[in-house]
Write a protein that binds this ligand. Structure first.
Ligand SMILES: *[C@@H]1O[C@H](CO)[C@@H](O)[C@H](O)[C@H]1NC(C)=O
Ligand SMILES: *[C@@H]1O[C@H](CO)[C@@H](O)[C@H](O)[C@H]1NC(C)=O
Ligand SMILES: *[C@@H]1O[C@H](CO)[C@@H](O)[C@H](O)[C@H]1NC(C)=O
Ligand SMILES: *[C@@H]1O[C@H](CO)[C@@H](O)[C@H](O)[C@H]1NC(C)=O
Ligand SMILES: *[C@@H]1O[C@H](CO)[C@@H](O)[C@H](O)[C@H]1NC(C)=O
Ligand SMILES: *[C@@H]1O[C@H](CO)[C@@H](O)[C@H](O)[C@H]1NC(C)=O
Ligand SMILES: *[C@@H]1O[C@H](CO)[C@@H](O)[C@H](O)[C@H]1NC(C)=O
Ligand SMILES: *[C@@H]1O[C@H](CO)[C@@H](O)[C@H](O)[C@H]1NC(C)=O
Ligand SMILES: *[C@@H]1O[C@H](CO)[C@@H](O)[C@H](O)[C@H]1NC(C)=O
Ligand SMILES: *[C@@H]1O[C@H](CO)[C@@H](O)[C@H](O)[C@H]1NC(C)=O
Length: 391
């Protein structure tokens, strides 16, 4: 008897934590954030049914969770109350970002076919008249381990769509991202993903239509696979910018980006690192960009190791972010100018083992120019570049 009496509260607790909860929108202009937060704390599965739109009007702190499944079939719409969010979004010192939502812990799944609607139009318009406006990132995975986000649509984020901040073993799959302004004010800074101080991240099988980097790897990003993405209108797949801040050592290592369609974009495959006085340092090692099909891309293949630095300053203060073991393999398609590839390293052997294979890029007109500086290229396409300039 005694053991049953002891067990039953435990069984009751297990029953409570393993239950599935289905949410209804409160309606009548009410905020659904509190009920969503409570459900995520108390239920193992939270269902937002098809046809339900939750009105998210206060910030969502969902950190430290374990074994949770958010089955989002309907929509979470982030109410565009600009004064509220710009003052109350969770802030990150890195690049002075704020976010609507931090999700963290272990063994988390977000899926269901539903939509995260950032209601960005009001933000795009407000940013046009206030360039210091803090705009929220839609979803930030913060200290998240063993996480899957899949089968979700993300619409009109005010700022970056996704930040992976101190994540480990995180997979995004079948995500449809769309940022489209209906006014003359663009959907600025709407990066698809930024990976920051994270390890073992996979981003795959997704379609992105946005106004900044499709995917960007920052500060400390290791063991990353990006595959089967369709990026339109973006600034490309970007390693960096790195080595910007004095006293900081950045590492981006073991990144593969494969099977990428890149259309109407500023860049295709890009690595950028700062040079000049008073900047930081770092290492970019073992990066592969392969099977890119590009269409109307301004800079289809780029290394810029004098990023934001004049030629004179770059010569006097070469980058301390070393770039090594980089492969650009099977990159085809069209540029928008005559230069289709530019591999510009700092002086002083700061780039090594840069390999170019099977590059077949077509310029807007005339003969394709492949340019390089301060680097010895390897691979079957090295001859396209001729002798690299030295500065
Ligand atoms: C969402 O909630 C806020 C705060 O209660 C309210 O001001 C706003 O009108 C609501 N939005 C919708 C679409 O119901
Ligand atoms: C989020 O909630 C956790 C647990 O309640 C708390 O420890 C943490 O400080 C909160 N995070 C932020 C950024 O407010
Ligand atoms: C512009 O945005 C900043 C940061 O969010 C805010 O502090 C400031 O009040 C805004 N300025 C105006 C004129 O709204
Ligand atoms: C990574 O996370 C997935 C689930 O999200 C899990 O199945 C897998 O075992 C994890 N891998 C490692 C190495 O922990
Ligand atoms: C991808 O996600 C969409 C919902 O956004 C869903 O309808 C579709 O079935 C998913 N595709 C796969 C292969 O799971
Ligand atoms: C991906 O891009 C290619 C080329 O731009 C296009 O043919 C294809 O239909 C796109 N796929 C999806 C799912 O958007
Ligand atoms: C990069 O991958 C190699 C080979 O798997 C591994 O030994 C190394 O530790 C990885 N680097 C980082 C920073 O994880
Ligand atoms: C390079 O990184 C890839 C993952 O992107 C990894 O599979 C491979 O082992 C790494 N190579 C070395 C030499 O570390
Ligand atoms: C070279 O790239 C093209 C695509 O541009 C691809 O079809 C072909 O298989 C690649 N060849 C090799 C040897 O990898
Ligand atoms: C360059 O590649 C060679 C051969 O793969 C390797 O032995 C060497 O360590 C690499 N250099 C750097 C700086 O990684």
């Amino acid at each position: 008897m005694r053991s049953i009496a002891l067990l039953s509260p435990l069984l009751f607790a297990l029953a409570v934590v393993s239950q599935s909860c289905t949410l209804k929108a409160l309606g009548s202009g009410k905020d659904d954030s509190p009920q969503l937060l409570t459900a995520m704390q108390t239920c193992s599965t939270v269902v937002v049914p098809v046809g339900t739109t939750l009105n998210i009007s206060t910030r969502l702190n969902m950190t430290g969770l374990s074994n949770k499944h958010l089955n989002l079939q309907g929509t979470m719409r982030f109410n565009p109350n600009i004064p509220y969010w710009s003052g109350n979004g969770f802030s990150f010192p890195f690049q002075t970002q704020i976010t609507f939502w931090i999700l963290g812990g272990t063994n988390l799944v977000v899926d269901g076919g539903g939509t995260l609607d950032g209601a960005g139009q009001a933000w795009y318009d407000a940013f046009a008249s206030n360039s210091s406006l803090l705009r929220p990132i839609t979803l930030t995975l913060f200290q998240a381990t063993n996480v899957v986000v899949q089968n979700i649509k993300m619409l009109n984020s005010p700022e970056w769509f996704n930040l992976v901040n101190e994540g480990k073993n995180v997979t995004y799959s079948n995500i449809t991202i769309n940022a489209a302004s209906t006014s003359s004010h663009g959907a600025s800074n709407t990066d698809g993903w930024d990976v920051y101080r994270s390890d073992q991240v996979v981003i795959k099988d997704s379609v992105i239509n946005n106004g900044d980097d499709c995917v960007s790897f920052k500060v400390h990003s290791t063991n990353i696979l990006v595959s089967n993405l369709n990026c339109t209108g973006s600034h490309g797949i970007s390693v960096g910018s790195l080595g910007q801040f004095a006293g900081m050592f950045d590492i981006v290592e073991n990144v593969t980006a494969v099977n990428i369609h890149m259309s109407n974009a500023q860049n295709g495959a890009r690595i950028k690192a700062w040079a000049g006085s008073g900047v930081g340092s770092g290492i970019v090692n073992n990066i592969t960009f392969s099977n890119f099909i590009e269409s109307k891309v301004d800079n289809p293949v780029v290394i810029d190791q004098c990023y934001m630095t004049s030629a004179a300053d770059c010569a006097a203060f070469p980058s301390n972010t070393f770039i090594q073991n980089v492969f650009f393999t099977s990159i085809s398609g069209t540029g928008t100018s005559s230069t289709v590839a530019s591999l510009a390293c700092s002086p002083g052997a700061r780039c090594s083992n840069i390999t170019v294979n099977n590059l077949t890029l077509t310029p807007s007109s005339g003969t394709a120019k492949y340019t390089c500086q301060n680097v010895v290229l390897k691979g079957t396409s090295a001859a396209l570049f001729g002798t690299c300039a030295t500065t």
